[in-house]
Design a protein around this ligand. Structure first.
Ligand code: NAI
Length: 246
């Protein structure tokens, strides 16, 4: 039980990597808040987990909306009384080549993947400071470090998340808060299924460990950085990508 009685908020927890993280954190003794835009998947997951005797709750939110984030934080504090772990995992794509990308699609990805991480962390960190304890894990991407065709907006946000991670690690270390990032490689979720086959084939060709990532590969990295096994690690970007970045 590496997270016994810890309260963890996992944004984007209703699907894909976030869902795997919810399940893993619960197995390790955490109380888990599934914080997601997708009401039907979130409720379904909450019901399944509760039927299994797990301590999980779903709260619908849009991470890009500051008021929605504040409401979520209020709900968690009313229910659990504290927040120990924040996994900023919610993310979206609206891919297009540079010359075809609309300003609207550029802005939406910035609002969710960058402003959303800011909104959640800024709303939650004061409560972590008051407790003198906290773990913040941000989700970057191989696209933010290596670049990726068709992802001007997405790769910009994922690079920016690394900058925020390092800044917050410096600001919050003295308050007992570790801030790290995980940079997944191509991982088998709905997000990758939307990509053109030739982009996926290219990614498979540059991976040293010859397969795409599984959601559990990323959830395990979140778990390590959320546990006290990583208590002397902060400002780090953990690449979980089968050896693309090294
Ligand atoms: P996914 O599309 O399967 O799940 C994303 C979740 O985020 C969904 O449940 C969705 O409802 C939620 N979400 C989207 N916008 C939201 C909003 N505005 N407010 C609240 N929730 C919102 O994606 P996946 O693959 O599980 O991605 C998880 C994270 O990992 C994302 O940050 C993504 O950018 C990152 N990542 C994924 C990679 C992959 O290959 N799948 C590679 C590198 C990074």
């Amino acid at each position: 039980m590496r997270l016994q009685d810890k309260v963890a908020i996992i944004t984007g927890g209703a699907n894909g990597i976030g869902k795997a993280a919810c399940e893993l954190f619960l197995k390790q003794g955490a109380k888990v808040v599934i914080a997601d835009y997708d009401q039907s998947s979130g409720r379904e997951l909450e019901n399944t987990l509760k039927a299994d005797g797990k301590d999980a709750m779903f709260i619908q939110l849009d991470v890009s909306d500051g008021d929605s984030v504040q409401q979520m934080v209020k709900g968690v504090l009313e229910h659990y009384g504290k927040i120990d772990i924040l996994i900023n995992n919610a993310g979206t794509t609206k891919d297009a080549m540079l010359v075809k990308m609309t300003a609207e699609d550029f802005d939406r990805v910035i609002d969710v993947n960058l402003k959303g991480v800011f909104n959640c962390t800024q709303a939650i960190v004061p409560h972590m400071i008051a407790n003198g304890y906290g773990k913040v894990i941000n989700t970057s991407s191989v696209s933010g470090v290596y670049g990726n065709i068709g992802q001007t907006n997405y790769s910009a946000t994922k690079a920016a998340v690394i900058g925020m991670t390092k800044t917050w690690a410096k600001e919050l270390g003295r308050k007992g808060i570790n801030v790290n990032a995980v940079a997944p490689g191509f991982t088998k979720t709905a997000m990758v299924e939307k990509m053109p086959e030739k982009v996926i084939q290219h990614m498979e060709s540059i991976v040293s460990l010859p397969r795409l990532g599984e959601v559990e590969d990323i959830a395990n990295a979140y778990l390590f950085l959320a546990s006290d096994e990583s208590s002397y690690i902060t400002g780090h970007v953990l690449h979980v990508d089968g050896g693309i970045m090294m």
